[in-house]
Design a protein around this ligand. Structure first.
Ligand code: 5GP
Ligand code: ZN
Length: 114
């Protein structure tokens, strides 16, 4: 999608601090990290939000979630714990409408979120 920020990062039209890439998935550091680890994991194919997923996307969603777990393991934060979040639409604070999984960790996180 031409006016989508994360599509532009995927296309290298906007710089990103990329931590993982394969044919279908890109992971990069959040520009405004909320914890020592704050990585965004996105599909390369544009999907606006969790609400826009179809049955055909089930495998891709599994890849995003699994990738978060692998990155957490690689960074040594898995045993201590980490959080994975999809914000969806206004009330959850979604600001970029290309689906992304937040991987947040490396410090003690509060619950419930604000
Ligand atoms: P949302 O609020 O939609 O769930 O999350 C969007 C995230 O994208 C925010 O955490 C925000 O800091 C991050 N973000 C916004 N613009 C950029 C950017 O240009 N580059 C990167 N790496 N992250 C961004
Ligand atoms: Zn996009």
């Amino acid at each position: 999608m031409s006016d989508c920020l994360f599509c532009k990062i995927i296309a290298r039209e906007v710089p990103g601090s990329i931590v993982y890439e394969d044919e279908r998935v890109l992971a990069f550091n959040d520009i405004n990290p909320q914890a020592p680890t704050h990585v965004l994991i996105v599909p390369k194919r544009h999907v606006a939000s969790l609400s826009d997923l179809t049955e055909d996307d089930d495998e891709m969603v599994g890849e995003l979630v699994r990738r978060a777990a692998v990155i957490a393991g690689d960074r040594g934060i898995a045993a201590g714990g980490y959080r994975t979040v999809f914000n969806t639409n206004r009330d959850a604070g979604q600001t970029v409408f290309h689906i992304h999984l937040h991987l947040i960790g490396g410090r003690r996180l509060q619950w419930p979120p604000g």
